[in-house]
Design a protein around this ligand. Structure first.
Ligand code: HEM
Ligand code: NAG
Ligand code: NAG
Ligand code: NAG
Ligand code: NAG
Ligand code: NAG
Ligand code: NAG
Length: 326
């Protein structure tokens, strides 16, 4: 009787473990297979940011654009071919998402130090995003990134077009978009803090300059000079403006800007003021003067975002080249 029960329990425990191995990511995933992988990723990210500060922002955004399109599966990295159209040409990504060369460089370095193809491209994006904000925010071990994602064999342009939030969304549209990915209002406000680094093209702010009233007058005037509305879809459309006043530093300036109606994107400013809920206004105020709380909440939301529908166990593959399926 006791033996039978024990056998049953062992079986049950084994089933649980297998389910866990299949469904969950872990911070120690590469500890045995390649302990040198994480330092190698950080090294290349650091080098890339040293060469061009903006690259930290670009790598953070790439992970976001990977995760919001059928989960964090490296699908954004697949190149188009004669018989395959991936996500790179979807409107939210086209002429906008960047850093693919840096990802290639990381992959080559990781394969070199691991002497094998063990680290997925999807995990490289998650680690590069974490290292980027860590480096630009001055915290070496910002948070423990979860690992064990595998790479998709395919990608979807239409999913990229439909699932990524555009900058013209209003507050309720932004919230529903995040809800549709299993993320809540705290995640929306904390993760939008990603806009504390990097830049936007003028083409994405012309409507804010022309049509929005919740914008500080002097800020609007300076944007009109930098992004002449008439030229925004002409020659000036590719000009860029910083997403906050300190685009090279992962800080809480983004939230202080929102309180002053100096959000760069229409979608940014939606999170604060009469367009936003009381909770959203409260979170913006909280993060604006509490960098520790922002860091904690941002980290928690990044881990939540990083958990979106990962391919684990035997699903997907570990790509040899991040740009194409094996
Ligand atoms: C809430 C909805 C969001 C909208 C509507 C949005 C929209 C945008 C737009 C339009 C740009 C400028 C792209 C260009 O002009 O080429 C941008 C840049 C950026 N976004 Fe977002 N975004 C959102 C959320 C996020 C999240 C969750 C993150 C990361 C956690 C993020 C990180 C970034 C970064 C770092 C940049 C600058 C990239 C660079 O300089 O290369 N965004 N975003
Ligand atoms: C360094 O950054 C510049 C853009 O500022 C880019 O053109 C160049 O390719 C980068 N070099 C390396 C080695 O990454
Ligand atoms: C697509 O083209 C490649 C060669 O470029 C070929 O190897 C592959 O089998 C083709 N796939 C399909 C689904 O036709
Ligand atoms: C937000 O946009 C949706 C879709 O266009 C619209 O139905 C809704 O009324 C808007 N909400 C506000 C508060 O303007
Ligand atoms: C969002 O979810 C987190 C847990 O993931 C929770 O701590 C937080 O209170 C939630 N926020 C809202 C506004 O429901
Ligand atoms: C401003 O709003 C009007 C009315 O919705 C629209 O037709 C126009 O295209 C917008 N202007 C810009 C520059 O987006
Ligand atoms: C912006 O840059 C892209 C890619 O380099 C180019 O295809 C596009 O024509 C440019 N747009 C404008 C308005 O100059």
């Amino acid at each position: 009787m006791a033996a039978a029960l024990r056998a049953l329990l062992v079986c049950f425990a084994a089933a649980l473990l297998m389910a866990a191995a299949e469904a969950q990511l872990s911070p120690n995933f590469y500890k045995k297979a390649c302990p040198k992988a994480m330092p190698a990723i950080r090294r290349i990210v650091k080098e890339a940011i040293k060469n061009e500060t903006r690259m930290g922002a670009s790598l953070l955004r790439m992970h976001f654009h990977d995760c919001f399109v059928n989960g964090c599966d490296g699908s954004i990295l697949l190149d188009d071919t004669a018989n395959f159209t991936g996500e790179k040409t979807a409107p939210p990504n086209l002429n906008s998402v960047r850093g693919f060369d840096v990802v290639d460089k990381i992959k080559a370095e990781v394969d070199k130090v691991c002497k094998d193809n063990v680290v997925s491209c999807a995990d490289i994006l998650a680690v590069a995003a974490r290292d980027s904000v860590g480096i630009l925010g001055g915290s070496k071990h910002f948070y423990r990134v979860m690992l064990g994602r595998r790479d998709a064999r395919t990608a979807s342009k239409s999913a990229a077009t439909n699932n990524l939030p555009p900058p013209f969304f209003n507050f309720s549209q932004l919230l529903s978009n995040f809800n549709s990915h299993g993320l809540n209002l705290t995640d929306l406000v904390a993760l939008s803090g990603g806009h504390t680094i990097g830049v936007s093209r003028c083409t994405n702010i012309v409507s804010r300059i022309v049509n929005d009233t919740n914008i500080q007058t002097t800020f609007a005037a300076s944007l009109r000079r930098a992004c002449p509305p008439a030229g925004a879809n002409g020659p000036a459309g590719n000009n860029t403006q910083p997403l906050d006043q300190t685009p090279a530093s992962f800080d809480t300036q983004y939230y202080r800007a929102l309180i002053q109606s100096r959000g760069l994107l229409h979608s940014d400013q939606q999170l604060f003021g009469r367009t936003a809920s009381a909770t959203s206004n409260g979170l913006v105020r909280l993060y604006s003067n509490n960098p520790k709380k922002f860091a904690t909440d941002f980290a928690a939301s990044m881990i939540k975002m990083g958990n979106l529908k990962p391919l684990t166990g035997k699903k997907g593959e570990i790509r040899k080249n991040c740009r194409r399926p094996n």
